[in-house]
Ligand binder design. Structure first.
Ligand code: FES
Length: 166
């Protein structure tokens, strides 16, 4: 997909997501087909240094995907990823996109993840706690290379209990 086509799809997707916050049952069917085209390649993205990820609090990193346009490569921001270090020291990644309708998930002062759009709550491990989200936060594959954390920019359908890659 060309850079121009990708940017056009993103603009349409952002508009659909904003409208979806108001009329979510209607929007779920509009947002998903657009997102499906964006995530066909699911590249591995360098999101942080390994040492930046601590055990006491998750680290929010931007998910910037390189998009090639002729001779140029630009970084396109596709949301965020939350990185956390588990008890054994392993690094895990959770998509920062809410499984309900795709808003950005925050980490609150009480030590849990929360979505500001419709108040879904998730535990520190991303497990569903309450609210309209149909499932827990979506885990993303992680790879470590040369002291860097790479995350695969997978995307999942919103609004469904089943975790479906798109
Ligand atoms: S988008 Fe509705 S709770 Fe997150």
């Amino acid at each position: 997909m060309s850079r121009r086509a990708l940017l056009e799809k993103l603009a349409l997707g952002a508009g659909a997501a904003a409208a979806g916050a108001a009329v979510w049952p209607l929007a779920a069917g509009v947002v998903e087909p657009l997102a499906a085209e964006l995530d066909a390649e699911a590249p591995w993205v360098d999101v942080a240094g390994e040492k930046e990820v601590r055990a006491d609090a998750p680290l929010k990193a931007a998910l910037r995907v390189p998009v090639r346009d002729g001779f140029f490569t630009t970084l396109l921001e596709l949301g965020a990823v939350w990185l956390r270090r588990g008890p054994g020291g392993n690094i895990a990644a959770l998509s920062g996109t809410c499984p309900h309708l795709g808003c950005g998930i925050d980490f609150d002062a009480k030590g849990a993840f929360a979505c500001p759009c419709h108040d879904s709550k998730f535990g520190p491990d991303g497990a569903y706690q309450k609210g309209p989200s149909p499932r827990s936060m979506d885990p993303l594959p992680v790879r470590l290379a040369d002291g860097r954390v790479l995350v695969q920019a997978l995307r999942f359908a919103t609004g469904s209990k089943a975790r479906r890659k798109i």
